[in-house]
Design a protein around this ligand. Structure first.
Ligand code: CAA
Length: 248
């Protein structure tokens, strides 16, 4: 059987690294992007993946730039073949209460976390519809479901991802393309570890599981949605939050 091709944005971040590892180990050919800011950690990152037997084609791409995303998709397709799985994982935080939030930090978070989802998905959707196969997985957040003090920008972007997901799923379902989102709760990554220690402690105290998620637990959910056998799971949002926020 030919290997499926998966493209993961934000590939060298906390959750991104776990996703590319999970997908590569599941037999996908995997490509991803990093941003210039992450260049310093690349040699170490690549060495660790090599030791783990994980191969990832990496490209330097700014996912807030539509044209750059077009080139990224073309480059990945030239190297690995048509994209079967797109994981929109790239995301950042710039937390502040709204009264202190700078316009540039609103724009940056919306651009990186939400507009990037359009930029990447728009570049792959036509091919997926034509080939009648695709798995699109968007990494949203529990804080996009419930809101979070200090995250008006982030929560707006992550809620937006759910709307995007539900709409595109309806457009694409007939062509065997699924579009789903995963909503992680607090996950042990450098992004979360950057929260003030006292605040983080109080957050963990509110998680019924008594701990944060591991990046691997998020990656496993992505792997499930990326599978050929998950074709009837469409337009869904899967919470992975240790029962911190339950709804139906
Ligand atoms: N609810 C209600 N009130 C709160 C509150 C909360 N959750 N958190 C703080 N406050 C209160 C404070 O007690 C304080 O009250 P007083 O003025 O009476 O003392 C007031 O609001 C101001 O709060 P801060 O001093 O915290 O304000 P700040 O400007 O110093 O910090 C902040 C604001 C940077 C947003 C800080 O509150 C913070 O880091 N919060 C955590 C935000 C967070 O959870 N981010 C998640 C990042 S991880 C992620 O996003 C991954 C994911 O998907 C889950």
């Amino acid at each position: 059987m030919t290997q499926r091709v998966a493209l993961v944005t934000g590939a060298v971040g906390g959750i991104g690294t776990a996703i590319v590892t999970e997908l590569a180990k599941a037999g996908f050919k995997v490509a991803g992007n990093y941003i210039p800011f992450e260049k310093d950690k690349l040699p170490q990152w690549k060495e660790a993946r090599q030791k783990d037997g994980v191969s990832v084609e990496l490209f330097e791409v700014d996912v807030t730039d539509f044209e750059a995303c077009g080139k990224f998709v073309a480059d990945v397709q030239a190297k690995l073949g048509p994209i079967d799985v797109l994981v929109n994982n790239a995301g950042i935080t710039r937390d502040a209460t709204l009264k202190k939030m700078k316009k540039e930090n609103w724009d940056l978070v919306i651009g990186t976390n939400l507009t990037s989802v359009f930029n990447m998905t728009r570049q792959v959707i036509e091919g997926m519809l034509e080939r009648k196969y695709g798995r699109i997985v968007n990494i949203s957040s529990m804080n996009g479901q419930k809101g979070q003090f200090g995250q008006a920008n982030y929560s707006a972007a992550k809620s937006g991802i759910h709307g995007f997901t539900m709409s595109l799923a309806q457009e694409a379902a007939r062509n065997n393309v699924t579009v789903n989102s995963v909503a992680p709760g607090y996950t042990a990554t450098p992004m979360v570890q950057a929260i003030d220690e006292k605040i983080l402690k109080s957050i963990i105290a509110q998680i019924p599981a008594g701990r944060m998620a591991t990046p691997e637990e998020i990656a496993w959910t992505v792997r499930f949605l990326a599978d050929e056998r998950s074709g009837f799971v469409n337009g869904a949002m899967i919470p992975v939050n240790g029962a911190q926020y339950t709804s139906f």
